[in-house]
Write a protein that binds this ligand. Structure first.
Ligand SMILES: C[S@@+](CC[C@H](N)C(=O)[O-])C[C@H]1O[C@@H](n2cnc3c(N)ncnc32)[C@H](O)[C@@H]1O
Length: 237
């Protein structure tokens, strides 16, 4: 179902994502790339990379690094490849087609692994987080950027109205598959609260999990660390 949804919105994905997030998605990805901590592998991975925006930001900020941009949809990655070519990054960013719950890399390959607006679409979230944690090196980082439902105050209610009424209307006019945006709204409303999701990351074996509320809490960045085998538990940055 997720593949079907993204295959119908691929061509307009970037445009619609910028528009429906009021262009905040660019700042959110930038914030995520800034929080990234370098280690010794000099390798980073962006899971569910879509059209590779976060992978590009990661490569731009870390010129000595090699970045894997991974997704299971070839159509989205083809657009990403075009952007990477335009930015002259194809020698440092490698596109890999795979499923987030079976990452085709040995344990401890990367300093950090990110996922932006992707975990919401993965039914077995715990398995995906465990996989991301497996492929980071000891002491490495897992970063999850995701749209979340803000609290129940005035802004929270306004946002739910936007998701349930305004976004589907805009999508009906602008998108070839309005159902995709109904699904998007529904998946945001049903995403775990920030504290429940932080607990999920801890249950997956990550420690010092921190969540950053962005734009009044409509998006959160969650950052967790894999235990460092040499030091017991790795210190927070
Ligand atoms: C909302 S888009 C986000 C794309 C990008 N990360 C961004 O920041 O715009 C979600 C992406 O997750 C991918 N995806 C969903 N489930 C996946 C899975 N199990 N394995 C790999 N990619 C997946 C979809 O193909 C799609 O490209």
């Amino acid at each position: 179902m997720v593949r079907d949804i993204f295959s119908t919105v691929t061509k307009r994905y970037d445009f619609l994502t910028h528009l429906l997030s009021l262009y905040r998605d660019i700042a959110w990805r930038r914030f995520t790339a800034k929080k990234l901590r370098r280690g010794t592998t000099r390798r980073l991975m962006d899971v569910a990379t879509g059209t590779a925006d976060l992978a590009i930001e990661m490569a731009r900020r870390n010129p000595a690094y090699f970045v894997v941009a991974m997704d299971f949809m070839a159509e989205m990655m083809a657009l990403g490849a075009r952007k990477l070519g335009e930015k002259n990054l194809l020698h440092r960013v490698c596109l890999v087609q795979a499923d987030a719950v079976y990452l085709p890399f040995p344990s401890g390959t990367f300093d950090a692994v990110s996922i932006a607006f992707g975990i919401r679409n993965i039914p077995d979230k715990m398995k995906a987080i465990r996989e991301m944690s497996r492929v980071v090196a000891p002491g490495g980082q897992v970063l999850v950027l995701e749209m979340t439902r803000p609290g129940h105050g005035f802004f929270g209610r306004l946002y739910v109205f936007y998701l349930q009424k305004v976004m589907p209307l805009a999508a009906r006019v602008l998108s070839p598959n309005p159902a995709a945006y109904l699904y998007l709204a529904d998946s945001i409303l049903h995403f775990p609260s920030s504290s429940d999701f932080s607990d999920m990351m801890k249950s997956a074996g990550l420690h010092s999990v921190k969540s950053y509320a962005l734009t009044l809490g409509i998006t959160h960045l969650f950052v967790g660390y894999k235990e460092d085998e040499q030091c017991g538990v790795h210190g927070t940055p």
